[in-house]
Design a binder for this molecule. Structure first.
Ligand SMILES: Nc1ncnc2c1ncn2[C@@H]1O[C@H](COP(=O)(O)OP(=O)(O)OP(=O)(O)O)[C@@H](O)[C@H]1O
Length: 209
């Protein structure tokens, strides 16, 4: 019998999904245990974003099951931000949504991602890479158990890109479960497990670390 104690924070079993008769996912199984950094790779259109949207519950599968335990942080491929609100207003909005007593963790992440100077700027005036930093910060600021990150570092400069990986490794070492969609070959060594999406199924390899 599977008990909650042994269940990984994310378990996906037999997930299938198609759009208008075109089958994209054909029976995906995935466990993301605590303290694991999983990379999801695959060619354009393979279904990576579809899988992540199903993993967080934003999209329903046609069949199969998804079980999650604990809080989830989701960084979508395209930032869902309001151009007219400042960075600080976004933080306060999500502080309420996540019911956080303080913005202490958000402040630490602002430092790590070099966002501190942007607090009063409206999002519509930020560069694409800076908007993406905020998109990522919003996924992390409640310190969730499960992190589901869809190409989270698009548009980051090299320094921020490196800091992202240090941050992700630190979270993994604190027992968080992390999935990252990546297109970048030089990032693969950061993963504990690489899951390649091919013809609607995941093919796994242990990463060389
Ligand atoms: N809402 C939708 N309606 C119809 N087709 C869709 C929809 N969303 C995705 N698709 C199609 O499903 C397939 C998988 O898309 P998805 O975005 O999941 O792939 P991906 O692996 O994330 O691609 P990329 O690497 O380009 O981001 C693509 O052929 C895409 O056109």
């Amino acid at each position: 019998m599977t008990t909650t104690r042994h269940r990984p924070p994310l378990r996906i079993r037999g997930v299938c999904k198609g759009y208008g008769g075109r089958q994209v996912l054909r029976g995906v199984d995935l466990d993301v245990p605590a303290g694991t950094l999983v990379g999801v790779v695959g060619e354009n259109g393979a279904g990576k974003s579809t899988l992540l949207r199903i993993a967080v519950g934003q999209l329903a599968p046609d069949s199969g099951t998804v079980t999650r335990t604990g809080a989830v942080g989701y960084c979508p491929q395209r930032a869902v931000l309001n151009d007219g609100f400042t960075v600080g207003q976004h933080l306060r909005l999500f502080q309420m949504a996540y019911r956080l007593p303080t913005l202490e963790r958000a402040g630490e992440l602002m430092e790590v991602l070099a966002l501190t100077g942007c607090r009063r700027q409206p999002v519509g005036e930020l560069s694409g890479g800076t908007q993406q930093k905020l998109n990522l910060l919003i996924a992390l600021m409640h310190d969730p158990q499960l992190l589901v990150l869809d190409e989270p570092y698009q548009g980051f400069d090299w320094d921020t890109h490196q800091r992202f990986w240090t941050l992700a490794a630190g979270l993994r070492d604190r027992g968080r479960s992390i999935i990252v969609v990546s297109h970048l070959l030089h990032d693969l060594h950061h993963f504990d497990v690489i899951a390649q999406l091919r013809q609607g199924r995941l093919h796994f390899e242990e990463a060389d670390r």
